[in-house]
Design a protein around this ligand. Structure first.
Ligand SMILES: NC(=O)c1ccc[n+]([C@@H]2O[C@H](COP(=O)([O-])OP(=O)(O)OC[C@H]3O[C@@H](n4cnc5c(N)ncnc54)[C@H](O)[C@@H]3O)[C@@H](O)[C@H]2O)c1
Length: 400
């Protein structure tokens, strides 16, 4: 193989840490992103995903040197011999996956593809996507044969934003190709910067990633049910959870499930087969906002035009991401009930709260008739603890 140069297509919260880790292993990386501002920042050594611990140091060290970025996807594909695709896959309003972003990204890879190149998809996808959709687009645009002229594999990204660099090093990287030689070729590349773990094929790797997300969704739904059961019996859920802990019982934390990962993946299965447990879990978790809104009614005593504050607008603390944030659904629900809704999140400025969430900023906690502490935001604890009776504390932050 000529000198190894890896293209990482999609420099988001998952792709950029990956590109930085590869560069840090001494490999030349060319990142590709449609966002020109992001590209320019990276080339200047400036990290566009500021909140990710450890990333700024790596971008400062490698940006513009071993890690370069571009928006010219086809040229990047021509210049590189390994192509890792990690762009998002969203679901539409009817919960069907929208492949347009992936299709667009993979088309460009295909147009620059050469013999012996290796393509690895990392985006979480439906089982079979790599060996059907991705293979088809690459072959059509390159006129080459997958598994023979070039190699094609799937390796799920398993990091968690906020822990991307550390988790990347801790977790084995599952690798499965569309055929044996593709698995082997991808495995050898990943060995240079990660801890790869071979599985039989790309479908196994795809399902392993979906299963990981669904496992959490179902177990959080179970925790949410126990939370309601505890309330019914007037039991402190958190005390019960600790007491129940045993070798085979570890009840997860109840609460909301947001972000563009866990609430999305179960639909890849629900849409294609009969999986009643997985479907019920999705509904239980989505319905939690209704449960919190009902608690607000009790606190604010259905006061007409009552003021309700939401603390934590991002889908979880520490990640500036509003995709599938349950706070958005909660805002809608509370407004429908006739409340005046206010918000606060340490990652969003006053102006951003207004612009991104369409609500006013909480200037004074005391002016609120009720507050929902959606995420584990500890910075306001001292003040909030004094008005505990007005608060719906989703993550038990005030007692933790
Ligand atoms: N963020 C996580 O914690 C996480 C964890 C595990 C897996 N993943 C996987 O990674 C995928 C991407 O997630 P993310 O958090 O990085 O998303 P993100 O929204 O933070 O970033 C996506 C990036 O892709 C870019 N992009 C869009 N279309 C493109 C195209 N055609 N070519 C090149 N770049 C393009 C965007 O400009 C953006 O910078 C997810 O869909 C998921 O499957 C994410």
């Amino acid at each position: 193989m000529s000198k190894l140069k890896i293209a990482v297509v999609g420099l988001g919260k998952a792709g950029l840490p990956l590109a930085a880790v590869i560069a840090d292993a001494g490999i030349e990386v060319l990142g590709v992103d449609v966002d020109k501002k992001k590209v320019e920042l990276i080339n200047r050594g400036v990290n566009p995903v500021k909140e990710e611990p450890g990333l700024s140091e790596l971008i400062k060290k490698h940006g513009g040197n071993r890690l370069n970025a571009t928006s010219d996807a086809i040229t990047a594909s021509k210049e590189c011999n390994v192509h890792i695709v990690i762009v998002p896959l969203f679901i539409d309003d009817s919960k069907r996956p929208d492949f347009s972003i992936i299709e667009h990204a993979v088309e460009s890879v295909g147009k620059g593809l050469k013999k012996k190149d290796i393509v690895v998809l990392e985006t979480t996808v439906l089982v079979g996507t790599t060996e059907s959709l991705i293979k088809g687009i690459l072959e059509k645009n390159s006129m080459l044969k997958a598994g023979k002229d070039f190699y094609l594999a799937y390796s799920p990204e398993r990091i968690m934003t906020g822990y991307s660099i550390s988790r990347f090093k801790e977790f084995p990287k599952i690798v499965g190709g569309i055929n044996g030689i593709s698995t082997q070729k991808a495995f050898e590349i990943y060995k240079k910067f990660a801890n790869p773990f071979k599985v039989a094929n790309s479908r196994t790797a795809e399902l392993a990633k979906i299963a990981e997300g669904v496992y959490r969704d179902v177990n959080i739904a179970l925790a949410n049910e126990f939370f309601k059961v505890s309330e019914h019996y007037n039991i402190d859920f958190w005390e019960m959870k600790e007491a129940a802990k045993h070798q085979y019982c570890n009840i997860l934390e109840p609460g909301n499930v947001g972000g563009h990962c866990i609430p999305v993946y179960p639909w890849f299965l629900i849409n294609s087969m009969n999986v009643p447990l997985i479907k019920a879990a999705r509904q239980i978790n989505d319905d939690m906002v209704r449960y919190y809104a009902d608690r607000v009614d009790k606190i604010a005593k259905n006061k007409k035009n009552g003021k309700v504050g939401i603390i934590g607008l991002s889908y979880r603390e520490g990640v500036k991401e509003k995709a599938y944030s349950r706070s958005i659904a909660l805002i809608g629900l509370l407004k429908k009930k006739g409340y005046n809704v206010y918000g606060l999140d340490p990652l969003y400025t006053k102006e951003e709260v207004k612009k991104e969430f369409g609500i006013d900023y909480i200037d004074n906690f005391r002016k609120m008739d009720a507050i929902i502490l959606m995420n584990r935001e500890t910075s306001y604890k001292k003040e909030l603890i004094k008005m505990k009776e007005k608060i719906v504390d989703v993550k038990n932050t005030l007692n933790g």
